[in-house]
Design a protein around this ligand. Structure first.
Ligand code: FE
Length: 255
């Protein structure tokens, strides 16, 4: 299994504070059946900044430690970029890192809303040949209320990644329900852990895949694992035609 979103590097963000904590996460990941992780430290989320070269060096160092400790896990470089106005300038000045040196790039929205310039920025990113992947749309307050926004962004070429713990219900009922709707309406393309530790923000990848398989069948788990596989190789992923999520607003009146 491949986990494309994980805060596993020590001392870079709100993930593990020490190498020992990172190693605990690495061992837990292996136990879950994860063989490859893209390390995605926060960047520009108002608290943490981790630029391309800093991340590349930390990934190199951590892989050396994993080999020394005999942990069968490979770390690939990535970055979780909070959306901001100068993102494209920073990409061009080599501060921004794509996922595993491919054309896929993580974009995070603030948790409460979707900035006004989002549509324009995601369009401009694509004109550079970069494919934006919106992380955890199911945990965004505005998208929860107005899922049409995510439908439009996916229709216009963005991809999305849903968190394993959201599917497993650890972020509450409404986020779990919305995660299911995103899957059912072909509005998400990847499942990843966004793990930060081994206590309250852990992997839950095996649990999520089990739930997806029992609710939607093996076709879905196949697509999600294949997509992560294709992503790290920089290949095209499987995309079904996105559908709008219709809210049953008038149910009750017309029944
Ligand atoms: Fe994250």
């Amino acid at each position: 299994m491949i986990d494309i979103h994980c805060h596993i590097l020590p001392g870079v963000d709100d993930g593990p504070v020490s190498i020992d904590e990172s190693l605990l996460m690495a061992r837990e990941a292996v136990k879950e059946g994860i063989k490859t992780i893209i390390a995605t430290p926060h960047h520009k989320n108002n608290k943490y900044e981790n630029t391309k070269n800093q991340i590349l060096e930390k990934v190199r160092n951590f892989n050396k430690v994993l080999i020394k400790e005999n942990i069968p896990l490979e770390i690939l470089p990535g970055q979780e970029n909070r959306i901001y106005g100068e993102l494209i300038e920073d990409f061009q000045s080599e501060k921004i890192l794509t996922l595993s040196n491919t054309n896929y790039l993580f974009i995070e929205f603030p948790s409460t809303h979707v900035p006004r310039y989002t549509e324009k920025l995601l369009y401009e990113i694509q004109t550079l040949g970069i494919i934006p992947i919106i992380v955890h749309p199911e945990r965004n307050g505005e998208l929860l209320k107005n899922p049409d926004i995510i439908y439009k962004l996916v229709k216009n070429g963005s991809l999305t990644q849903v968190t394993a713990s959201s599917i497993a219900g650890y972020f509450g009922k409404s986020i779990q329900k919305f995660s299911g709707q995103l899957i059912e309406h072909n509005l998400t393309h990847f499942i990843a852990s966004d793990a930060h530790n081994i206590s309250n923000r852990t992997f839950k990848m095996a649990e999520a895949f089990k739930l997806i398989e029992s609710a939607y069948g093996v076709d879905y788990t196949y697509i999600f694992s294949e997509n992560s596989n294709s992503l790290i190789k920089g290949n095209n992923i499987i995309k079904e035609i996105p559908e709008a999520i219709r809210k049953k607003k008038f149910l009750g009146i017309f029944q």
